[in-house]
Design a binder for this molecule. Structure first.
Ligand SMILES: C[S@@+](CC[C@H](N)C(=O)[O-])C[C@H]1O[C@@H](n2cnc3c(N)ncnc32)[C@H](O)[C@@H]1O
Length: 304
């Protein structure tokens, strides 16, 4: 059974049974209570304009507090080939994006304007540091993190709720959101052809062993999917502290007919490269450990 299913069974149990009825350590009890309280707030606040009047009471009840990472602990890896209980739309047209970016809903139509679509995706966004730092750089662009681990996704959702509440009335952080999903399986269900202008792959899981290489997030087949959802001129950003993985990503991107590498100068001058180098949680860990960071960015070129 996958850890995520176990995780969701556990959390269902914790929602229905009283925590007094089961034996758990004090630490687990604290974590489950914390998660339960956050989950209730998330249900109310996840898909609403955070500055709506009726929510002010909720906001007063501690919603502006940033979530504590230690309460969202989950195994480091989630198997991208397992049958997670994931929800995904039949096609991008079946996705209700307005619920993710309520501040952008047009008053006239009650939905998002047709030209307001997600244009930047952070694949395997982890704890969401990149989303938060990209947000003010592209205030009019909808940015989405996709993350396979359920508790990590919950953490990012709670962080975005808290940030929006802290800045209520300003619209800040209203352009970012996160979705739980497996980018290796369902990307074209979420995004139309040529919809994205940027895709980030920051410190992806290295899957060191040869027999696990097929689980890497950059492969020939997946690159063709990324080329499909990226517009011509759009950019794939990659960064890793693992040289072998960096070489792997470069060689697959070099071989793919629909991508060309940015020049050294272009990479150096791209503000997104600066941001992704320093903003993600994994990148910060690498900095603390004085590790190296290897970067490679590729442009989507026209079909042959
Ligand atoms: C090493 S972490 C890096 C997180 C973040 N990008 C950073 O730099 O801090 C890799 C993340 O990718 C997620 N992930 C792995 N495979 C995935 C997939 N197929 N779809 C979505 N997320 C995935 C993992 O759960 C994990 O959070």
């Amino acid at each position: 059974m996958s850890s995520d299913i176990q995780e969701s069974k556990k959390s269902k149990r914790s929602n229905t049974a009283s925590l007094d009825d089961i034996y758990i350590s004090e630490e687990t009890r604290k974590r489950l209570l914390y998660r339960k309280e956050k989950e209730q707030k998330r249900k109310v606040l996840k898909h609403v304009r955070i500055d709506d009047k009726e929510l002010e009471k909720e906001i007063d009840k501690g919603v502006t507090e940033l979530p504590k990472k230690r309460f969202y602990r989950q195994r480091a890896h989630s198997n991208p080939f397992s049958d997670h209980q994931l929800e995904y739309p039949k096609s991008p047209r079946h996705m209700d994006w307005a619920r993710f970016y309520p501040d952008f809903i047009s008053k006239d139509s009650g939905t998002l304007p047709t030209d307001k679509r997600v244009e930047i995706a952070d694949i395997g966004c982890g704890f969401g540091g990149l989303l938060v730092d990209l947000s003010p750089e592209f205030p009019e662009t909808l940015i989405l993190g996709m993350e396979i681990r359920v508790q990590v996704t919950n953490y990012v959702e709670d962080k975005i709720i808290a940030l929006r509440a802290q800045h209520k009335g300003t619209g800040k952080y209203s352009n970012i959101n996160v979705i739980r999903g497996n980018a290796m399986k369902f990307l074209p269900n979420f995004f139309e052809k040529s919809q994205l202008k940027k895709m980030f792959f920051c410190f992806p899981d290295p899957h060191f062993k040869q027999r696990k290489h097929k689980a890497r997030i950059i492969t020939n087949t997946l690159l063709s999917e990324y080329a499909y959802v990226l517009r011509v001129g759009g950019i794939i950003y990659t960064i890793s502290d693992v040289l072998d993985l960096h070489e792997w990503m470069k060689s697959h991107l070099n071989e793919h007919p629909l991508f060309e590498r940015l020049t050294e100068l272009e990479e150096k001058e791209d503000k997104c490269v600066q941001i992704m180098t320093h903003s993600t949680e994994e990148g910060k860990k690498v900095e603390r450990n004085k590790g190296s960071k290897f970067i490679a960015c590729y442009r989507r070129i026209p079909d042959l």
